[in-house]
Write a protein that binds this ligand. Structure first.
Ligand code: ADE
Length: 229
């Protein structure tokens, strides 16, 4: 998979891309993440990327041309499955979306900044708009990093224990069962007995029951959320 991230603050991605799961995926050749500085496509000597809002509202908007020039230069090199714009008024990101994006080859993630981007880019160029939650951030960068992480960890081989991505919370629409490691008894805080029994059928049954119980208690909304299949 290849992810092209377009931003006015490329340094923001120093951490996520050079450490963490994203680094591991790129070291293994399973994912390529390329961060593009929108300013490289800015206009004139000052490399202008933003301008005042028509109609007099306060704030600045990212202009059409730098964005379009950047996206067109990428599209000239390969075909993209989606051109995604990160925005609080997009579709709320969830595990189902992460799963489906993890099957794609090439994605562009466009981060808005200031007041956002000229709406004509959204009308004519963007194929999908995603929000990471009902709150307003300074820009789309945190959202792009979250999507990159959630999507790339699902690519087979990125996480060493292949089953672990499949047994995550949300992956089957349920929260995970509680997990434990040694010691089995820490000053009287004990691990549920079944987990140390060696009876794998019983353990699996316990995990399933716990997953359902925790979901009923903590996130009952997930049980009738048909978006998590
Ligand atoms: N940009 C600003 N706020 C955002 C949000 N909640 N999700 C995605 N991108 C954003």
């Amino acid at each position: 998979m290849r992810l092209d991230i377009i931003t006015v603050i490329p340094d923001f991605f120093q951490g996520p891309v050079t450490t963490s799961i994203l680094k591991r995926a790129s070291d293994k050749g399973l994912a390529t993440i390329v961060v593009h500085d929108l300013r490289d496509f800015g206009l004139g000597n000052y490399k202008q990327v933003d301008d005042k809002i028509y109609g007099g509202s306060a704030g600045m908007v990212l202009m059409i041309e730098p964005i379009l020039n950047c996206i067109e230069s990428l599209k000239a090199q390969r075909t993209y499955d989606e051109v995604i714009y990160l925005t609080p008024d997009g579709e709320t990101f969830n595990q189902r979306m992460a799963n489906s994006l993890s099957l794609k080859q090439n994605l562009i993630l466009l981060c808005g900044h200031y007041k956002g981007i000229d709406h004509r880019i959204r009308e004519h160029v963007i194929t999908r708009e995603i929000s990471i939650g009902d709150y307003v951030l300074t820009g789309g960068e945190l959202g792009a990093a979250i999507i990159a992480d959630a999507v790339i960890r699902l690519i087979p081989g990125v996480i060493s224990d292949e089953t672990s991505a499949l047994t995550d919370s949300f992956q089957d629409g349920l929260l995970s069962a509680p997990i434990y490691t040694r010691p089995a008894d820490y000053n009287g805080w004990t691990v549920p007995e079944v987990l140390t029994s060696g009876n794998f059928a019983e353990i699996e049954k316990w995990n399933e029951e716990q997953a359902l119980e925790r979901t009923q208690q903590l996130r009952p909304d997930l049980l009738d959320d048909s978006t998590l299949d």
